[in-house]
Write a protein that binds this ligand. Structure first.
Ligand code: HEC
Length: 105
């Protein structure tokens, strides 16, 4: 069955909304200085966001709150000897949005 004009329009709008959300999440990560230690695909002081998604992405639902907690409060031991510092200027909602965004990369 061919998609109707309305279905195609809705699909297009959904894809645009998804792209807009991803751009907003990237901007949020930028504002919260995540990129001073993390890069999209290369290891920095912290693991790349792609590596984090590859490790935890399959258990996205369980990992989103775990990573959100770690983004806010800091922690270590999962990737190497360097721990992540707490980001107290990141709200719980922002931390959750960032965790979901990273896991979806
Ligand atoms: C000062 C450097 C630094 C900053 C700033 C930083 N991180 Fe990290 N991050 C790290 C390090 C180091 C690790 C690895 C910790 C470990 O080994 O468990 C890490 C790990 C992570 C992980 C994976 C945790 C796990 O257990 O697998 C996520 C997700 C993450 N960071 C997201 C963020 C986000 C989002 C921000 C911005 C709010 C941010 N980080 C800011 C250094 C940093």
């Amino acid at each position: 069955m061919k998609p109707t004009f309305l279905e195609r329009t809705l699909l297009g709008a959904t894809l645009m909304a998804v792209a807009a959300t991803a751009a907003a999440d990237a901007a949020l990560a930028e504002r919260k200085f995540c990129f001073s230690c993390h890069h999209a695909t290369e290891t920095g002081l912290g693991p790349s966001f792609q590596a984090i998604a590859a490790r935890h992405g399959a258990r996205r639902a369980q990992m989103a709150p775990v990573l959100a907690y770690k983004i806010q409060h800091g922690g270590g031991g999962n990737w190497g000897v360097v721990p992540m510092v707490p980001s107290q200027n990141v709200s719980e909602a922002d931390a959750t949005a960032l965790a979901r965004w990273i896991l979806g990369l």
